[in-house]
Design a protein around this ligand. Structure first.
Ligand SMILES: Cc1ncc(COP(=O)(O)O)c(C=O)c1O
Length: 438
């Protein structure tokens, strides 16, 4: 397989692999994360707004200094599989704002692989534009597809015409039961990691864990990992993409197949039965009209947490973590405070600063393939307007930041936003960012 530690990661201990040492002998694995175990922290300021309850966060945003979030956990198995198969290119797919695609390109670059990302349209936000600009700096090959039919065709073509390409399905999880569950193992390990943290007193055993469910690999692995590691916490899967992909059947199938893979590799892995509903629940009402849309509940959760807890070095976004957080807050609001619960929000979104990869909008986007230029017809931040009201947008803390609503970033930095409140440019960009009442 070449080097078994190509990034020279110092701490290569993974509690699941220690519990079941047969697994890495059979299933390819390489260490890629230099930030595990990711910390758990109480969100003490937010908790005060929910008397009787305690809210914690699992800081997976710090999982890797290359790109944090949930992806590196899966990549330790998926990139290892690609390298074991002597592939030289990592090809994957996602929406135009895909975190998975971006993470895949960044790890491919670090590992000396070529990369390709096939993309389908999703609702336009500054976050989407910002990520597209990064591909220019990263030198990745990106292609826009018209629909899921074309995506399937491209995937098939990739396998047939480019035998040295490794095809990683969107999100790094099986799709309709096809593809490997190896990535889910990364989240089985995450369950073991949390169990160790609970045991060592870093946090009480959570009553519930809230996590965004897209391609469902993360939540499936986590449910199985918590069970195998002896945690009694109930995992709440918050659906953030289309029902056809994100559903209870796909979670149950992933769990079954992951367990099968683990037991084949290490007979010491016990047979466990997971019941739905019971061991986990599936929360279905936070998506809005489509994948990637901004909902009122999601945006409000993002704003609340970023305002209260933004000083801790992470922030939520509206496609995944904001929706998971909205579900958690609704759950806590519905529970009497004398039945106080401990809730854990699994922060799956990267917090490493990538602003050095974001070039000037006007001069960078023309370097993207022509099909992507349409996503820059609308200006989604004030500094994209030449005649904006700010004297010096480059001096503003919101300049090139990750947030879709730049004036809130400024407020969060304690700066005067009187000028922004009345600014006609702000009103125009707020109009571009359609927020759904969901
Ligand atoms: C930030 C973030 N959270 C959660 C998810 C969902 O994870 P999964 O696809 O494993 O369900 C993704 C997937 O792209 C993501 O980017």
């Amino acid at each position: 397989m070449g080097s078994t530690n190509p990034l020279n990661i110092k701490d290569t201990r993974r509690p699941m692999l220690e519990a079941y040492p047969g697994i890495p002998k059979i299933v390819p694995w390489i260490p890629l994360m230099d930030g595990v175990p990711t910390p758990v922290q109480e969100l003490d300021i937010l908790s005060k707004q929910f008397p009787g309850h305690a809210i914690y966060i699992k800081r997976d945003d710090l999982s890797s200094s290359i790109y944090g979030g949930n992806k590196p956990r899966k990549f330790e198995f998926l990139f290892a599989d690609a390298m074991a198969k002597k592939k030289d290119t990592m090809a994957t797919a996602g929406g135009t704002g895909t975190n998975h695609g971006l993470a895949s390109v960044m790890f491919s670059n670090a590992l000396g692989l070529k990369s390709k990302v096939y993309m389908f349209k999703q609702p336009l936000t500054w976050g989407v534009q910002r990520k597209l600009l990064m591909y220019v700096e990263l030198g990745a090959e990106i292609k826009l597809v018209a629909n899921y039919g074309e995506l399937a065709f491209r995937g098939l073509w990739e396998m047939l015409a480019h035998p040295r390409s490794y095809l990683m399905l969107p999100g790094g999880s099986p799709l309709f039961g096809l593809g490997t569950v190896a990535g889910c193992l990364g989240f089985v390990n995450a369950g073991f990691e949390l169990a160790e943290q609970v045991k060592s007193g870093a946090m009480p055993e959570p009553d519930r864990i809230f996590i965004a469910a897209g391609s469902t690999g993360s939540v499936s692995g986590l449910i199985l990992g918590c069970k195998l590691a002896g945690l009694k916490s109930k995992v709440s899967a918050v659906r953030v993409s289309a029902n056809i992909v994100t559903n209870t059947a796909s979670i149950q199938r992933n769990i079954r197949n992951t367990l099968k893979l683990m037991r084949r590799a290490d007979p010491g892995v016990p047979e466990v039965a997971l019941v739905y509903p019971g061991d986990f629940e599936f929360l279905d009402s936070y998506l809005g009209s489509e994948y990637g849309c901004v909902t009122r509940a999601g945006q409000d959760a993002v704003d609340l947490v970023n305002r209260l807890e933004g000083g801790k070095g992470f922030h939520l976004e509206t496609t995944y973590t904001g929706k998971a957080c909205a579900a958690m807050l609704d759950h806590l609001r519905a529970i009497p405070k004398d039945k106080g619960e401990t809730a854990l929000l699994w922060n799956t979104y990267n917090s490493r600063d990538l602003s050095h990869l974001v070039g000037d909008v006007a001069s960078t986007y023309p370097r993207l393939p022509k099909a992507f230029h349409q996503f820059f017809d609308l200006k989604m931040t004030c500094w994209q307007y030449k005649d904006n009201a700010c004297e010096s947008p480059r001096g503003c803390p919101a300049f090139q930041s990750d947030d879709n609503r730049c004036w809130l970033v400024k407020a969060a930095h304690g700066q005067d936003t009187t000028r922004c409140v009345d600014c006609s440019t702000r009103k125009e960009i707020e109009g571009h960012l359609a927020i759904e009442d969901a």
